[in-house]
Design a protein around this ligand. Structure first.
Ligand SMILES: [Zn+2]
Length: 349
């Protein structure tokens, strides 16, 4: 077994919920479990593979030994050890991550976009509570701006869609910029911004917000995710007010725009995929990997197959919260299903 040593300059950072993280290449943060912290301590001074297994008192062939080997492989693949990463394994790891994360997303980065954070930084004196009050007021305004929206008798015309599509794209760009402003507001770096293709087709934008795990406050982490949807609330309110003061044929145009905006907001607040809604939920409840943990817990409850380490000894409240989360997914799915059926019935006259 070769001599293993942690690279120098690797810092352990305290982040969300007091958890410990290390920054790994690609400007993302790896959450550290208790055993991995012990492992990092030993690896700082360097150790041979055999000695490492002896220090942990585990046999390489045992299940604890395999877990230790897994941790070492992760450290190796993220270039944290004095060994070159196993590129094929890293690609496999990223593929599994993408599949499990329902993250079918093509990223096209925009260079030099980190300047966006500076705008947010210049507003860092504004108290957070004002921002939350703004969001609450906007939510109420949006409710009134959308309360009387119903699909016009005729489906959207091509000319109307030619106006709606660029307006939605503009809204999307401002939405993403506000995530970047929020990162800057909290003094976090914005390292990756770009144009994205959801499911490799639907144009959207993205801002890498992984550094938000470094914010200790749940409300602050939620605010980074809420900043984008806040833009959507403003847009919905403005379009709703414009519609109120318009005459036909403009009423139909603004109504269709609002319907598309509402559809996009509903998708973006879904509790299942890596949406703004999901991240807000994770932030506010103080969970990480909420979806994976909740679905696995229920799987192990049903099948009675022994659960992995991280689900052993889960408190009653947490157990209940996981079930509540899965109920929210089911409710959301039922709601979306009803909407789709309504849309299909409408389209077919
Ligand atoms: Zn967003």
């Amino acid at each position: 077994m070769p001599f293993l040593q942690l690279k120098t300059g690797i810092e352990i950072i305290v982040g969300a919920e007091g958890r410990l993280y290390i920054e790994v290449p690609g400007e993302t943060y790896l959450s550290l479990s208790k055993p991995s912290i012990g492992l990092l301590e030993i690896l700082k001074d360097g150790v041979s593979g055999q000695e490492l297994f002896n220090r942990f008192g585990v046999l390489e062939v045992s299940s604890e030994g395999k877990r230790l080997a897994d941790l070492l492989e992760i450290l190796q693949d993220y270039s944290l050890l004095n060994l070159s990463p196993n590129d094929e394994r890293l690609r496999r790891r990223q593929k599994v991550h993408t599949t499990l994360g329902l993250d079918f997303f093509k990223r096209i980065p925009i260079r030099n976009a980190h300047f966006l954070a500076r705008f947010g930084q210049s507003a860092s004196d504004v108290p957070r509570v004002y921002l939350w009050v703004c969001i609450c007021v906007l939510a109420v305004a949006t409710f009134f701006a959308c309360a009387n929206v119903s699909p016009p008798a005729a489906p959207p015309q091509v000319q109307q869609l030619l106006v709606i599509a660029p307006l939605l794209l503009l809204q999307l760009a401002i939405h993403e910029a506000f995530h970047a402003f929020a990162m800057g507001y909290f003094g976090l770096p914005v390292t990756d911004v770009g144009i994205g293709l959801m499911f490799y087709v639907i144009p959207t934008g993205y801002v890498d917000r992984s550094a938000a795990v470094l914010l200790p406050s749940r409300a602050d982490r939620a605010l980074v995710s809420a900043a984008g949807p806040a833009v959507d609330l403003v847009a919905l309110t403005v379009v709703g007010a414009t519609r109120e003061f318009s005459n036909e044929p403009w009423v139909a145009l603004w109504t269709w725009l609002q319907i598309f905006q509402l559809g996009a907001l509903a998708v973006n607040l879904n509790p299942l995929s890596r949406s703004d809604g999901y991240y807000m939920l994770e932030a506010l409840t103080g969970h990480t990997n909420l979806r994976t943990h909740a679905l696995r817990l229920i799987f192990h409850d049903i099948t009675r197959i022994p659960p992995p380490n991280y689900l052993v000894g889960v408190s009653k409240q947490r157990h209940f919260a996981y079930y509540l989360y899965v109920v929210s997914i089911l409710l959301y799915a039922a709601f979306s299903f009803t909407l789709v059926i309504t849309a299909v019935l409408y389209a077919s006259g």
